[in-house]
Design a protein around this ligand. Structure first.
Ligand code: ATP
Ligand code: MG
Length: 229
């Protein structure tokens, strides 16, 4: 495992970034379960701890106070063992991270995800342009050593599975393989969930399936009632 500041921290810090809707929270939650690293959702933290300078009516989001966020996170980051999930990356200290993951999603897939969330047209278009022009990837490359920046495709559930597995290998798995044997397949928002014996889909870990369902539920795409009994 390549480490930026090995002497100070025993466990790595990973930044998961990308345009809104590319799957940062889904991926980070799954990765947190498989590695036992701490998942820090910066957007949630900003709201919980009021680390912002008010609401931007135009952009429909809080105006993040970057200094307050960095102060809040400094001790945890020094300790190590964190997965930081945020749609920006240029204001965190470079020394914090051992790996920077930039999730990328096909424009039409991303459009549907953000549309499902009910984003206003302007916000939706801003985000799609951000993805088309690779804004987050450029920001990551400018802010961190190129050899720690990793772009990963996040179009479908197979991508999440593959990404979580690769990142877990990199960080060192912390959960027993038995967690990954009780499989339930999650085919996507429109379809029902089914056991692998009745599905041709790629089996995914049950834990990951539940994480995906929770994220979809948060976006109003489907409900927990859709789960197999
Ligand atoms: N690779 C993927 N395959 C299928 N669905 C996905 C994938 N990634 C995310 N989704 C779905 O897209 C929606 C947004 O995912 P998620 O909340 O993880 O994105 P995010 O990058 O954290 O967004 P934000 O920046 O707004 O917090 C959710 O409904 C989730 O289930
Ligand atoms: Mg998120």
């Amino acid at each position: 495992m390549a480490q930026n500041d090995t002497k100070k921290r025993k466990k790595p810090n990973i930044l998961v970034t990308g345009t809104p809707g590319t799957g940062k929270t889904t991926t980070s939650s799954a990765l947190s379960e498989s590695t036992q690293l701490r998942h820090i959702n910066v957007g949630d933290l900003v709201k919980e701890k009021n680390l912002h300078d008010g609401w931007d009516d135009d952009l429909h989001c809080y105006v993040i106070n970057e200094d307050l966020v960095c102060d809040e996170l400094e001790d945890l980051m020094e300790e190590g063992g964190n997965i930081v999930d945020y749609h920006g990356c240029d204001f965190f200290p470079e020394r914090w991270f051992d790996l920077v993951v930039v999730l990328q999603t096909d424009n039409s897939v991303l459009y549907d995800r953000l549309h499902n969330r009910g984003y206003p047209e302007k916000k939706l278009q801003n985000n799609i342009e951000c993805e088309i022009f690779l804004v987050l990837l450029e920001e990551a490359k400018e802010s961190y050593a190129e050899d720690i920046v990793m772009a990963l495709k996040s179009d479908n559930i197979e991508d999440i599975t593959r990404n979580v597995s690769a990142l877990t290998d990199w960080a060192g798995p912390a959960v027993s393989i038995s967690l990954f044997t009780n499989l339930v397949v999650c085919e996507g928002p429109e379809e029902l969930y089914s056991h692998p014996s009745t599905s041709e889909g790629m089996p995914i870990p049950k834990a990951l399936c539940f994480i995906i369902i929770r994220r979809q539920e948060a976006d109003g795409v489907c409900g927990i009632d859709d789960l197999p009994s």
